[in-house]
Design a protein around this ligand. Structure first.
Ligand code: EPU
Length: 420
C-alpha cells in the first residue's frame, strides 16, 4: 500500500490543470449501458474508481477501451447481474441499476460500498424505481429489481438530508427508456447531474430541467451512441485553491468552471483569499491575513460536503474560531482526529466542528480514512512544518488524478513511497 511523504512549509506556485469530474464520469459511464451502440467519453480522469467502473461494465458484457483520457464502450449485449465484489467497492456503482432496469427491465446489484462517511442508504433510489413500476426485493446482499413494464410517473426524491445526487442520475437513466413522462421533484441540482442529463440527451433522451429541482423526462423507445466530454472536477479545483491558500502560495487553476464553484470561492474570499477569474482559469493567492469563517455544507449551490475537510485545514491555520457544520453526511469528521496529530485544535459538537485556528501545524504520520479526508491531510502536510506521512493513500487515488505529480509541479516536496 502506498503512502505519501510530504516535507511541508513550501508555498505552492505555478499552474495546474483540472481533470474530468469523478462524480460525473461514473454515472456517465454507467449510462453507456442504455444503448447497444458505441459511446465515446472524453476527459475521463485516470482514477481507480473509473477503472472499477470499467471493470463493472466489462463484467456485465460490455466491451470497453480506455486510451489516455478517452473511454470507448460498446454494450451490444449485456446481462443484468452486477458482480458482487466489484460493486461493493464503491458507491458510484449503484448507478448501473437505472440503466439495467431501463434497457433490460431487470437488474440485480449488490448493495454498494464507498467512503465511510455515514450510513449512505439507497432507499431514495429504490423509491424512485418503484414509482416507475419496478418491484424490489433485497436478498443475500443483493437488490433485485424487475419491471416488465416501466412507466413514467411523478416522484419526490427529497430525503432527510435533501436531494440525492446519484439517485437523481439513476432515475433519469431508467426513466429515459420508460413509457410516458416522469417528473422528479426535489431533484439534485449538482453540475454532475446536469452533465449526465446532457450525455443522455446526446444519446436521444428527452430530459428538461436538469440543474433545477424539477426534472422532466419524456421516455423514448431507444437510445443511440453518443460522444461527450466530461465537465472539469469542481472538487479537485476547490482542493487546489485551498492548498494554494493554505501554503500561502499563488496558483493558477486551468480548466476550472468558476460557475460551478460559487459557494467555495465566496467562502475563500470571505476568508481573505484573493480570487481572480480569467476565462476558464482561476488565480488564487492570499490577500493579507486569513480570517475565520463559518460554513454549513448544503446541497448545490450551497457549500459542498466534498470540500468540507479541505476547508477545515485552512480554518485550522487561521487565527480565531471557525465553525463548520456538516449537514449532508453524519460521520464526515474522520479527519479531525488525524488533524489533531498535526496540532490542530478542533472539537466536535454534534454536526459541527469548532476550530480554534492559528496554531502552527507540525508534521506527523497520519492515516487517511476516506477520499476527501485524505485530501485534507495532504493539504495539512503541505502547510505544516516538518515531515508528514499520509498512509492508506489509495483513498486519494480513487478521486484525484495524479495528485502527487500535480502538486510536485507546483513546487511541493511530496513523494509516493511503498508502505512496508
Ligand atoms: N440519502 C438517503 N437515501 C438515499 C440516498 C441518499 O437518505 O437513497 C442521503 C445520504 O445518506 C446523504 C444525502 O442523502 O445524507 C445525500 O446523499 P447523495 O445520495 O446525494 O450522495 P451520493 O449521490 O451517494 C454523491 C457523490 C459524493 C457526494 C454526494 C453529495 C458520487 C459517486 N458521490 O454521492 O461524493 O459527497 O453526492 O454531494 O457521485 C466524494 O466524491 O468524495 C463523495 C463522497
Amino acid at each position: 500500500m502506498d503512502s505519501l511523504l510530504i516535507k511541508g512549509g513550501v508555498p505552492l506556485n505555478g499552474d495546474v490543470t483540472i481533470s474530468g469530474a469523478k462524480n460525473a464520469v461514473l454515472p456517465i459511464m454507467a449510462a453507456t449501458l442504455l444503448t447497444a451502440e458505441r459511446c465515446v467519453i472524453r476527459r475521463v480522469p485516470d482514477l481507480s474508481d473509473v477503472k472499477f467502473m470499467a471493470q463493472i461494465l466489462t463484467s456485465l458484457g460490455a466491451e470497453v477501451k480506455l486510451e489516455g483520457d478517452t473511454f470507448t464502450v460498446c454494450a451490444a449485449k449485456i446481462n443484468p447481474v452486477g458482480d458482487y465484489d466489484l460493486i461493493r467497492k464503491m458507491r458510484g456503482s449503484i448507478c448501473i441499476m437505472g440503466p439495467l432496469l431501463g434497457r433490460l427491465r431487470k437488474a440485480t446489484v449488490s448493495l454498494p460500498g464507498g467512503c465511510v462517511i455515514g450510513a449512505r442508504p439507497i432507499d431514495l433510489h429504490l423509491k424512485g424505481f418503484q414509482a416507475l413500476g419496478a418491484k424490489i426485493k433485497i436478498e443475500a446482499g443483493y437488490v433485485h429489481a424487475t419491471a416488465p413494464k416501466l412507466k413514467g410517473g411523478d416522484l419526490f426524491l427529497g430525503g432527510r438530508a435533501g436531494p440525492t445526487v446519484l439517485g437523481t442520475a439513476n432515475i433519469m437513466m431508467a426513466a429515459s427508456l420508460a413509457e410516458g413522462v416522469t417528473i422528479i421533484e426535489s431533484a439534485a441540482c449538482e453540475p454532475e447531474v446536469v452533465d449526465v442529463a446532457n450525455f443522455l440527451n446526446a444519446m436521444g433522451a428527452k430530459i428538461v430541467g436538469a440543474g433545477s429541482p424539477t426534472v422532466t423526462i419524456t421516455g423514448v423507445k431507444k437510445l443511440h451512441g453518443a460522444e461527450h466530454e466530461v465537465i472539469p472536477d469542481r472538487i479537485e479545483a476547490a482542493t487546489f485553491a485551498i492548498a494554494a491558500a493554505a501554503t500561502n502560495g499563488e496558483v493558477t487553476i486551468h480548466g476550472a468552471r468558476a460557475d460551478h464553484l460559487h459557494a467555495v470561492l465566496d467562502k475563500l474570499r470571505e476568508a481573505g483569499v484573493k480570487i481572480e477569474r480569467n476565462g476558464a482559469s482561476i488565480k488564487v493567492k492570499r490577500n493579507g491575513k486569513l480570517k475565520p469563517v463559518d460554513i454549513t455544507t448544503l446541497p448545490y449551490s450551497g457549500f459542498p460536503t466534498d470540500v468540507q475537510a479541505q476547508m477545515m485545514v485552512l480554518m485550522a491555520l487561521t487565527p480565531g474560531i471557525s465553525i463548520i457544520t456538516e449537514r449532508i453526511f453524519e460521520s464526515r469528521f474522520m479527519h479531525v482526529s488525524e488533524l489533531a496529530r498535526l496540532g490542530a485544535d478542533i472539537a466536535i459538537e454534534g454536526p459541527s466542528a469548532i476550530i480554534k485556528g492559528g496554531k502552527p501545524l507540525s508534521g506527523a504520520p497520519v492515516m487517511a480514512s476516506d477520499l476527501r479526508a485524505s485530501a485534507a491531510l495532504v493539504i495539512a502536510g503541505l502547510a505544516a512544518r516538518g515531515k508528514t506521512q499520509v498512509n492508506r493513500v489509495y483513498h486519494l487515488d480513487r478521486g484525484y488524478e495524479k495528485i502527487d505529480a500535480k502538486l510536485r509541479k507546483l513546487g511541493a516536496r511530496i513523494e509516493r513511497v511503498q508502505e512496508t
